[in-house]
Ligand binder design. Structure first.
Ligand code: 5AD
Ligand code: SF4
Length: 453
């Protein structure tokens, strides 16, 4: 009998990938996807623990779901099952089972392949079933084939976990130690996706450029070697990877940016801050000038490379002159886009017990000033493309009828008049306008639809 499943995803792209795989795991057990939790037999919250706000959202959503379930049962309907997956599940484990006893399953990011079994174990028990072990066997060896056809773009996890231990970050605790998938597994999954119409792959890892997978030639391959191999797959037009640590950008990877045309000229390379003092306290393994030099080398290899970054303001001990150094770095590097956050103390991380926490109002003020500068840079970057022709990989219909949306090489959304036959095609587009969060364009005259496979 078919049952309905709703998955709500928080946080990073790896969670988006994991949610897809969770759907794949449950599909053979009769679960089909539902758009709304109200209509579902099972709701999975795939959660994020990176900042406090993200984690707290989960508990308020759990409260809401409990009320949905109660209403449904009062009306004589079937019970609503709830599973919490992802990094909050991993971090909270039994504490979540106590605080939200109506939850059925709490499962960490390395164990979701066991979801059907965990749901079955819940039957007849009063307490939630908790599985937050880091299993010896890899979940990837247990995941079934993708159940739903992918679109033109797909994520592919190649590496998971992190051994860097930045002092603010929970990831090494929630996702565990760094681990790379074997090259053969990655290639098989990539070929399968391309066979099903995927034209762009984003390789995922918490520290993706530390990738070191066991290869069929008996050696370990780094990310650059893996990318070169993937670029040989016929039909795969674009490759991206995220998220990288500056300390792991090796020569081979920098060279690949200049030599592999499928590798897109857009790189998310978090720097976090521009003050050496703060970077040292963050345990980031490198100063601001190391980052500047790295960007110079990348741009020497690929002159049209656009950069994106993450920033944290108000890290413990950050003074006004430290923050000024962050603004100076932003001015020097010039980013195409960036994410910036107020420092949020996370349980169990070293920064939480550092002295000189920064007042909330100061954090808010610095965030505003940083974001204003980054927004200016993003607008300028978007505007400078007006009148230029860029390749757009079309993904889906736009909100307006007769419109399609795709992505530029720099990951900007581009709206173009056109029909669904454009989906999955990568065509030259003349950019006609830079809007607030996207670009508008029209197909270039030489975009010969028939000629594109
Ligand atoms: N507080 C604020 N931002 C954080 N990040 C990670 N941990 C924290 C924290 N404790 C940010 C970093 C990272 C991004 C994914 O989230 O900038 O690169
Ligand atoms: Fe967290 Fe640092 Fe690892 Fe990134 S590199 S996941 S910020 S510990």
């Amino acid at each position: 009998m078919s049952k309905t499943l709703h998955i709500k995803t928080y946080g990073c792209q790896m969670n988006v990938y994991d949610s897809q795989r969770i759907a794949d795991v449950l599909a053979p057990h009769g679960y089909v996807l539902a758009d709304h939790p109200e209509a579902a037999d099972l709701v999975v919250l795939n959660t994020c623990h990176i900042r406090e706000k993200a984690a707290e959202k989960v508990y308020s959503e759990l409260g809401r779901l409990r009320r949905v379930g109660e209403r449904r049962q009062r009306a004589g309907g079937a019970p609503l099952q709830v599973a919490v997956a992802g990094c909050v599940a991993q971090a909270e484990g039994d504490a979540m089972a106590k605080r939200a006893p109506h939850v059925d399953v709490v499962v960490g990011p390395q164990s979701y392949h066991r979801l059907p079994e965990l749901l079955a174990r819940r039957a007849g028990r009063r307490r939630p079933v908790v599985d937050t072990d880091f299993p010896v066997e890899s979940k990837f060896d247990h995941l079934p084939e993708a159940a739903t056809p992918p679109g033109a773009t797909a994520f592919l996890t190649v590496q998971e976990g992190c051994d860097k231990f930045c002092s603010f970050c929970v990831v090494p605790y929630t996702r565990g130690a760094e681990e790379s998938r074997p090259v053969a597994d990655v290639l098989a999954e990539a070929c399968g996706l391309v066979d099903r119409g995927v034209r762009e792959l984003t390789l995922l890892g918490q520290n993706v450029n530390a990738y070191h997978g066991e290869a069929p030639d008996g050696r370990e391959w780094g990310l650059a070697r893996l990318i070169r191999e993937l670029a040989e797959i016929p039909g795969l037009e674009r490759i991206r990877y995220t998220t990288s640590h500056p300390a792991d950008m090796d020569d081979a990877l920098i060279r690949a940016h200049g030599e592999v045309p499928a590798l897109m000229p857009f790189l998310h390379l978090p720097v976090q801050a521009g003050s050496d003092r703060v970077l040292a306290a963050m345990n980031r393994r490198g100063g601001a000038d190391d980052y500047r030099r790295l960007v110079d080398r990348l741009r020497a290899a690929r002159p049209d490379l656009a950069l994106s970054s993450d920033f944290i303001v108000g890290f413990p001990g950050e003074r006004e002159d430290d923050f000024a150094a962050t603004l100076a770095l932003v001015d020097d590097v010039v980013f195409a886009q960036a994410f910036s956050f107020k420092y949020s103390p996370r349980p169990g991380t070293p920064a939480t017990i550092m002295r000189q926490h920064v007042a909330e109002a100061v954090k808010a003020d610095r965030l505003e000033r940083l974001q204003a500068r980054l927004d200016d840079q993003q607008r300028a970057f978007n505007r400078h493309l007006t009148g230029h022709t860029v390749d757009v990989l079309f993904e889906r219909p736009g909100r307006k009828p007769g419109q399609m949306v795709g992505r530029s090489p720099y990951l900007q959304a581009v709206h173009v008049d056109g029909g669904p036959e454009l989906a999955g095609r990568c065509l030259p587009v003349v950019i006609t306008a830079a809007l607030e969060h996207s670009l508008a364009g029209k197909l270039a005259d030489d975009a010969k639809l028939g000629a594109v496979a």
